[in-house]
Design a protein around this ligand. Sequence first.
Ligand code: CA
Length: 220
Amino acid sequence: MRILLAEDEPVLADQIRSVMKSEGRVVDVAPNGIEAQFLAETEPYDVIILDIGLPERDGITVLKHLRATGVDTPVIILTARNDWSDRVDGLDAGADDYLTKPFHMPELSARVRAMIRRKAGQTNPVFHKDDVSFDSRNNQVTVSGIPKNLTAQEVAVLSYLFHNSGRLVSRTELSEHIYQFDGDRDSNTIAVFVNRLRKKLGNDLIETVRGRGYVIKAAA
Ligand code: CA
């Protein structure tokens, strides 16, 4: 899952990025409103974390613009504790959730997970397909109850396919959601990750639609 973080405080931005990274997400950081808006309009993010107090263009203005131009990516706004009116303006401008500064990182992580689940139409944080289960809270994967060790990239591919169960996902789309903006994107490596996942989790989980992409069929 790929996240846009619009935050101008470098220390906080670094903290959030490293926490998200440790949870298997890739993060693009925009230090001002203009860059945030540009990235949000041109790159496919799964969640946007948007500070309201941004230089050059404030977060509310950015958000209004995104919603007006049809960008429907889930947005969590970050507001100052005392600015309750920012939260009202933000929610009315199309934010899906908010967090007041300062906050605890596990709360932000949980809100991001919930948002990604909601977008996927999932209420249960644990995904199941036959004997494979994937717990999106801690990225634990088991086959018939036996834990499997996956690399960060294998988890990223599996998580994206599970969150999009029942839908055909192309290699290009997958690579757009597991690599960051300046990342070395190579959609051929996706096939390598899928092959490794099959070796670890069985051949039936991820189906290939020749020339088009991959799908995890929705659990019956
Ligand atoms: Ca700020």
